[in-house]
Design a protein around this ligand. Structure first.
Ligand code: ADP
Ligand code: MG
Length: 265
């Protein structure tokens, strides 16, 4: 860590903390996620997985990995700094001022491109939500936080110890089915809906009624001023059977909204 000097702490979680640093030689800013390494061997692998999977990604819409190292029971993951903060903060800043359709489509197209890259590497993100999607200073979105990611079809895909916010979790997960690529598509549908309405699609005052709404796929309709293609897309992404949901490849290539999206990539 001698290469970097600390600027400030920007996030603190159960894993440890995220700090903004500056590289002493290049003066570039980076984010370092500092993770407390557990002593238990299998948990140790879980912690390392985040760095390994992030390091495999190379895409303009995924937070770029720089390096990772371990010392004194700590793992440091050095990555690109997204100075625009996360998308949840950005949504909250809007108060009740809706995003333009162009803006929604641009961000959504970027998210889909990043997520497709993840799926193309046979990796599942498993924690896509507005808080884990970051903005650069020029307004590009990048997917980050690979702390829950796993390799597709690994035994780990079945054991999704759920910890985070429940709003983005697909119906099959509540039904104890394995996490699959379409579960990520559901979560991105939740983010798309949030961009369109500034609200979660599935919200309730108790876990039980939230899960019921998710499993029925019952969400308030989008405002009618939005283009029909967006309404249609959201409906497809919220199909309760994952097999009926489009893949990211389908959304980006053959979906009727793809033409709209491609003009924004
Ligand atoms: P976790 O959600 O597991 O606590 P994250 O990887 O999401 O960990 O990081 C925690 C917080 O640190 C984020 O919510 C964000 O505020 C900040 N952060 C993480 N990575 C970046 C980044 N690359 N650029 C800017 N901020 C970041
Ligand atoms: Mg996070």
């Amino acid at each position: 860590m001698e290469k970097y000097s600390l600027v400030k702490v920007i996030g603190e979680g159960s894993f440890g903390r995220a700090v903004l640093v500056r590289c002493k030689s290049s003066q570039e800013k980076y984010v370092v996620k500092e993770i407390q390494l557990p002593k238990n061997q299998s948990k140790l692998e879980n912690s390392r997985r985040e760095a390994i999977l992030l390091s495999r990604m190379k895409h303009p819409n995924i937070v770029a990995f720089r390096e990772a190292f371990e010392a004194d029971e700590l793992l440091w993951i050095v990555m690109e700094y997204c100075s625009g903060g996360d998308l949840l903060q950005r949504i909250k800043q809007q108060k009740s001022n809706q995003f333009s359709v162009d803006n929604i489509l641009k961000w959504f197209a970027e998210m889909c491109a990043g997520a497709k890259h993840i799926h193309d590497q046979r990796v599942l993100h498993r924690d896509l939500k507005s808080k884990n999607i970051f903005l650069t200073d020029n307004g590009t979105v990048k997917l980050g936080d690979f702390g829950s990611a796993c390799i597709l079809n690994s035994s780990k895909a079945y054991a999704h110890a759920y910890v985070g916010t429940p709003y983005y979790v697909a119906p099959e997960i509540w039904d104890n089915k394995p996490y699959n690529n379409k579960s990520d598509v559901w979560s991105l549908g939740c983010v798309l809906y949030e961009l369109c309405t500034l609200r979660h699609p599935f919200q309730a005052s108790s876990w039980k009624s939230l899960i019921l709404k998710v499993c029925r796929g019952a969400y308030p309709p989008l405002p009618s001023h939005l283009p029909y293609e967006l309404q249609y897309l959201v409906k497809q992404m919220f199909k309760t059977n994952p097999k009926d949901r489009p893949s990211l490849h389908t959304i980006l290539t053959s979906h009727r909204v793809s033409k709209l999206l491609r003009t924004h990539l």
